[in-house]
Design a binder for this molecule. Structure first.
Ligand SMILES: *Cc1c(COP(=O)(O)O)cnc(C)c1O
Length: 388
């Protein structure tokens, strides 16, 4: 009888839409000894984690903590706690994650108005403001960084319209937090969630969220109990708060990982980290252009952490991505929905947003395209990238 193979995953260069590369210090944190989730040491770690999360979200919100679950659990928590059946919700939809937000709101019983824009563009803030004026919703929900298209949605212009109509502003920052500026208090965001495996460079498994006092007041005025017991923020708040009332068992190792990842962000400093993401995005863009490739998203809307690249005519999407993985150990993403087969998605997230990774990808992509008969010079692409 042959033994079941040992676990032996390859060390990939993760340049797709997530998960992103993990720093060695975060791997070490994952292997630290477990303590009980009510151990005084763990409680102290939770408190420090909440402080670090407030820094990265740029907020003073008391209710700031990681939900146990991936980014989608953060999304679901934000909807199920603040939306009751019959509530009106306005959602900006210009990609897969906007669609998912709308679907989760519908499943909470909301009357959803989707304000749409073509995939590859943001939803115009004026269109959202107009919809909010007309619908007077409980909630206006937008995706800051639309990972399916590589578009950055303007958020700062939305708060005034939301406030005027008494709507709460909910923002998905899964692919922006820790890579692109997110200013929860400065932009007037009421409810915000993220995920650990994008620009925070942790494994997937936690969803940091933050909730304004205005939103908390709305939560406390609910008519019915929150439909989801597991994602009930009132109960989770008591578990993470002073009372330490047992609700569920926090995933201790993931909490270690997030803590260490947040410390790394704190050491680097947010402005430097955003500038690093921006610089490597620009390197990648210059290099791709030198390879004759184009980006479908107009320059002002491009998301530094997730770059959409048009697949040139005559290139087999799947074959090229398989060759990248097999020959170069590099993962990039394919297109979703209407963009399937039309774009690649290159993530430069967190620990992965480096000039080395840009140079490696340009070299790999250039040589594979050259092998496919395209007249490209990978060296020229590297030079163009490094000139930034
Ligand atoms: C990845 C992602 C999510 C979902 O996160 P999971 O960790 O996959 O559940 C939600 N929103 C956006 C914008 C994302 O990129």
């Amino acid at each position: 009888m042959t033994a079941t193979p040992a676990l032996d995953p390859p060390a990939r260069v993760l340049l797709g839409p997530g998960p992103s590369p993990v720093h060695p210090r975060v791997y070490r944190a994952l292997s630290a000894p477990l303590v009980g989730h009510l151990d005084p040491e763990f409680i102290a770690l939770m408190e420090r984690t909440k402080d670090l999360l407030r820094r990265v979200f740029q907020t003073r919100n008391t209710l700031t903590l990681p939900i146990s679950g991936t980014g989608s659990a953060g999304m679901e928590a934000c909807m199920v706690n603040f939306v009751e059946p019959g509530d009106r919700v306005v959602v900006a939809v210009c990609g897969l994650f906007g669609q998912r937000l709308a679907e989760v709101a519908r499943r909470c019983g909301a009357m959803v108005t989707a304000v749409e824009a073509p995939w590859g563009e943001p939803v115009p803030p004026e269109a959202l403001a107009a919809a909010v004026m007309k619908e007077r919703p409980k909630l206006l929900a937008v995706v800051h960084a639309e990972t399916s298209t590589g578009v950055l949605q303007p958020v700062a212009p939305l708060a005034d319209a939301a406030r005027e109509c008494g709507a709460l502003l909910l923002v998905d920052t899964v692919t922006s937090l820790g890579g692109v500026e997110v200013d929860v208090d400065g932009w007037g965001i009421d409810i915000c969630y993220s995920g650990t495996q994008k620009c925070l460079s942790c494994p997937p498994g936690l969803a940091p969220i933050t909730v304004s006092d205005r939103a908390l007041a709305a939560l406390h005025q609910r008519h019915a109990p929150v439909q989801s017991w597991y994602l009930d923020l009132g109960m989770i708040e008591q578990y993470w708060g002073q009372d330490r009332v047992y609700h569920h068992t926090a995933p201790v190792s993931m909490a270690y990982a997030l803590y260490e990842a947040l410390r790394l962000i704190d050491e680097e400093g947010l402005p430097r980290r955003w500038a690093r993401h921006q610089a490597n995005h620009e390197r990648l863009v210059r290099g791709l252009e030198a390879l004759g490739l184009s980006l479908p998203v107009a320059a002002p809307w491009r998301l530094p952490s997730l770059n959409a690249v048009s697949i040139p005519d005559g290139v087999d999407d799947l074959a090229l991505r398989r060759a990248l993985l097999r020959d170069w150990n590099i993962e990039i993403g394919g297109g979703l929905g209407p963009l399937k087969g039309r774009i690649w998605r290159v993530g430069l997230m967190g620990h992965g947003a480096t000039a080395e990774n840009v140079v490696l990808l340009l070299t790999a992509l250039g040589s594979l395209l050259a092998a496919h008969g395209f007249s490209v010079r990978p060296g020229a692409a590297v030079e163009a990238a490094l000139a930034v």
